[in-house]
Design a protein around this ligand. Structure first.
Ligand code: KIV
Length: 280
């Protein structure tokens, strides 16, 4: 293990000292390397893979094998960041036995440090089973995309007193079950603050305001590698889509005009051999 490897202990120290934690999603080797070089402390291979890499409408069809494949690529690119693998829909809901076996695959086959799963108090016994197998768990409440049909769409959760109290109870149950981290997605900032102050877990927000211990963004939103409108909770720092498209157009133009390849991209051979070849 590299000396500066980010461990759960290190993340807890950061929480306790108030040093904010930067979390980013990644799905492949080069992005993972960039995360490490840039000082991202936690990398999440999210099942957002389905939306941003596979072109699906939701995360629901994403499979265990697809997640493991991408986690393995990301693992190869990381030497420092803490790696979380996202458990896809129906990989942990059917039975505790299946949940533990699938969570174990993230560690055994892909070298993840932790698994993430969506859901509130109803998932507490599953979290407990996974934690008892020695696997750290990151919970995820608020807007939980795997249940988007049940939630009635992608909308902010916990806006009224009753639903906010329910999310506080969910967080408490998940903490008691053994979750070390928790993601809040699209909940009002005061609610994220209340849970952060009332529980001991490391809280990571996306659309949950500034009071969490850390923030997470989807890589493709961060760099603008998407055609979808940037969601309110995300900040787009780059317009990579336009830049890459422009670069590709230049490449196409240069291939057609013959400007590429130029002499510096060519391999040469003995002129006599070349001449003999042309005679054949
Ligand atoms: O799948 C994902 O990328 C996530 C983050 C948005 C937290 O769950």
């Amino acid at each position: 293990m590299s000396a500066d490897k980010v461990t759960l202990t290190r993340l807890k120290e950061m929480k306790d000292t108030g040093e904010k934690i930067a979390v980013l999603t990644a799905y492949d080797y080069p992005t993972a390397r960039l995360c490490d070089e840039a000082g991202v402390e936690v990398v999440l291979v999210g099942d957002s893979l389905g939306n941003v890499v596979m072109g699906l409408d939701s995360t629901v069809p994403v499979t265990m094998d697809q997640m493991i494949h991408h986690c393995q690529a990301v693992r190869r690119g990381l030497s420092r960041a803490f790696l979380i693998g996202d458990m896809p829909f129906l990989s942990y809901q059917v039975s505790h036995q299946q949940a533990v076996a699938n969570a174990g695959r993230f560690l055994k086959e892909a070298g993840c440090d932790c698994v993430k799963l969506e859901g509130g108090a109803e998932m507490a016994s599953t979290v407990r089973a996974i934690v008892e197998a020695g696997i750290p768990v990151c919970a995820h409440i608020g807007l939980t995309p795997q249940s988007v049909s049940k939630l009635g769409g992608y909308r902010v959760q916990g806006k009224d007193l009753e639903s906010a109290r329910k999310l506080i109870e969910d967080a408490r149950a998940l903490e008691v079950a053994g979750a070390d981290l928790i993601v809040f997605e699209c909940i009002p900032s005061p609610l994220a603050r209340a849970i952060t102050e009332r529980t001991g877990m490391i809280t990571i927000g996306i659309g949950a305001g500034p009071h969490c211990h850390g923030q997470v963004l989807v890589y493709h939103d961060l760099v603008g590698l998407t055609t979808r409108k940037t969601p309110k909770m995300a900040k787009q720092y780059l317009d990579l889509w336009s830049q890459i498209r422009q670069t590709m157009q230049t490449y196409v133009d240069e291939v057609k005009s013959g400007a590429f390849p130029a002499p510096e991209h060519e391999f040469t051979m003995d002129p006599e051999v070349a001449a003999r070849l042309m005679e054949d």
